[in-house]
Write a protein that binds this ligand. Structure first.
Ligand code: HEM
Length: 496
């Protein structure tokens, strides 16, 4: 670096830290001076910035600067205040995800509203109720596979089983064609690895966007060899593209889109039947949308199921109480009741909420931008400043959830006021569009799994489930071998 370049970098850092309109806000001057601070923790230390942000809050208070441009607030009572506004996303933050025209990564709130509006009818509560036969059919398939493995001593990756379930449901809902991962010998193991690698790449590409652009322009085989995480996502997107092409080439498509019913059978039919202009229905944009839906909708739900099962196995008292309740609506262990029946069970309800909390929600901070000032306590944040909160830090806040690392479903029954702090799905107009679909699957999967099967953990402990890396959603320790189980023949069966 020349002397001139070095002194200009230094003067930008000094300006960022001391002379910017944000310099009155508390926090580390180093974090405020340069993006390299965040890059150091997220890229070089392995997705650890969330914990540094937590530490900085302990030192400087509930509002801090986290990089030269943005502000972070750690105050569960401010979550609704921030997110129930009309907000843009922050372009710098969305660039890590390589799907810029998906609704979820659309920057402008006005454009987002149209893109999301096109999908809304499919994701309404009433519409998801019509998808429950698919969910029950896939849950039955999962049980049939598990029954074959019962008592064999086979060690199974639990997340991969649930991921096969959620991906089979989601691909059926998206394309009207299921990937049938539940029939794979190792369930969705490959997709689990692709998905984890893809989530790892976001922070790398955000810090070094050129890597993303170069890898995307490389032939697939080279991309996979040079930067596997980005290459994996590239290969997944190629697969989504062939699905989109198949749907668009379907000779009966116009017939499927032309009926008067507002709600269509699949997510893509729903988008194609909307009044979005032709440019919004291009193959490239639909690939972005399909990629985001597949990644946002499958792993999140599967991870929550996995965490719930882990804690049920670890807490036999909770499991016994849950089973007693489940038996009241599932007299036969092979029965699969509907979601509407299951969601009326109070203890199951509490177990699912506690599981969603402990699964971690988003570990990534979720920055938003508005052209109005945001007032937090005695601080006025200038219009146009990206302001973020981190759902995970709300979900583990010990003032709201005492002993936050303990699985205690009872807390939701004892204190219904906690509902306000259930931020796993975000809040406001940019919250999770798939929340009802996630709930329908969670109730069904947890009920069928734990009414019928006796699971035993295999060389798995708290270190394998505790959110440790910010991979947007939860990432566990790099050396974790996953949450592994064996399916016993009956309760109390001895280890093989
Ligand atoms: C336990 C499961 C799930 C959790 C915890 C979860 C969480 C979230 C959160 C927090 C957001 C907001 C992210 C942001 O602000 O940037 C989000 C957005 C989104 N989720 Fe989920 N999600 C889950 C399941 C699903 C499912 C089943 C789908 C099915 C399609 C889905 C599709 C989406 C989409 C498309 C968005 C972007 C929405 C928009 O920006 O309008 N999610 N999710």
């Amino acid at each position: 670096m020349t002397l001139h370049k070095r002194s200009s970098t230094l003067s930008i850092a000094i300006r960022n830290a001391y002379l910017s309109p944000l310099s009155k806000f508390p926090g580390s001057k180093l974090a405020a001076a340069t993006f390299w601070y965040e890059t150091y923790f997220d890229v070089f230390k392995g997705h650890q910035y969330i914990w540094q942000i937590q530490k900085m809050h302990e030192q400087y208070g509930p509002i801090i600067r986290t990089n030269p441009h943005d502000i972070h607030i750690n105050d569960p009572d401010f979550f609704d205040d921030l997110y129930l506004r009309r907000l843009d996303k922050w372009r710098w933050w969305t660039r890590g995800f390589s799907v810029p025209t998906s609704a979820g990564m659309t920057v402008e709130e006005t454009v987002h509203r149209k893109r999301r509006g096109a999908m809304n009818p499919f994701f309404s509560r009433a519409s998801i109720e019509t998808q429950t036969p698919t969910i029950r059919e896939k849950a039955a398939r999962m049980c049939a596979r598990l029954a074959e493995l019962q008592g064999t001593g086979a060690v199974l990756d639990l997340e991969s089983i649930y991921l096969a379930l959620t991906t089979d449901v989601l691909t059926q809902c998206s394309y009207g064609y299921s990937y049938n991962y539940l029939d794979n010998p190792d369930f969705a193991m490959k997709w689990k690895l692709v998905n984890t690698a893809g989530r790892q790449s976001a922070a790398i590409v955000r810090s070094f966007p050129l890597i993303g652009r170069v890898v995307r322009s490389l032939p697939m085989s080279l991309a996979l060899r040079l930067v596997p995480p980005v290459g994996f996502i590239k290969s997944w997107m190629a697969d989504v593209r062939s699905q989109v092409q198949r749907i668009k080439a379907d000779p009966s498509l116009s017939e499927k889109l032309s009926d008067n019913k507002k709600r269509k059978e699949t997510i893509f039919q729903q988008i194609l039947a909307s009044d979005l202009p032709e440019t919004e229905l291009s193959e490239d944009r639909l690939v972005d949308e399909g990629t985001l839906i597949a990644t946002a909708g499958s792993e999140t739900t599967a991870w929550a199921m996995t965490i719930i099962s882990y804690h049920l196995i670890r807490n036999p008292n909770v499991l016994t109480k849950l089973r007693r309740e489940l038996t009241s609506v599932m007299l036969k262990e092979t029965e699969i009741p509907s979601w509407t029946v299951l969601e009326k069970l109070p203890y199951l309800n509490a177990v699912i909420k506690e599981g969603l909390r402990m699964a971690g929600g988003m570990l990534s901070r979720l920055p938003r931008v508005t052209d109005e000032e945001i007032v937090y306590k005695w601080w006025t944040i200038p219009a146009g400043t990206p302001v973020a909160m981190t759902p995970h830090l709300v979900l583990i806040n010990s003032d709201i959830f005492p002993a936050p690392r303990e699985f205690r479903p009872e807390r939701w029954l004892e204190n219904p006021g906690l509902e306000r702090y259930m931020v796993a799905f975000g809040k406001g107009s940019r919250n999770c569009i798939g929340m009802q679909l996630a709930y329908a699957q969670l109730y069904t999967a947890v009920a069928v799994m734990h009414r019928r099967f006796e699971l035993e953990l295999f060389e798995t402990g708290d270190g394998d489930v505790r959110p440790f890396r910010d991979l947007f959603t939860a990432g566990v320790r790099v050396d974790s071998k996953g949450i592994r189980v064996r399916i016993l023949l009956e309760a109390g069966e001895k280890r093989i």
